[in-house]
Write a protein that binds this ligand. Sequence first.
Ligand code: SF4
Length: 88
Amino acid sequence: MSHTRKKDIRTCKQCLLRDFDKALYEEQIRVYIDRLSDSDKADAAEYEKRLSLCKACESLLEGTCLKCGCYVELRAAGKRGRCPAKKW
Ligand code: SF4
């Protein structure tokens, strides 16, 4: 078979960024956030405020915080999530 279906693409901790299917990766992040319980999830306004601060931060690189190595959309999603630079 000459084509690869989207769900057949697998990445692992030894994959390079160029190996990632960006759309699939974003979907996996979204699924992870959606599975957080309401009691563990930051409310929508707080989440957007955090991401706005990240977007203006010099430590953001391609969705990753250079201070802690986290994907900021995941880190900001948790109610108890904290910015390592104390911006939120
Ligand atoms: S988590 Fe904090 S230090 Fe990291 S990118 Fe966001 S605002 Fe910047």
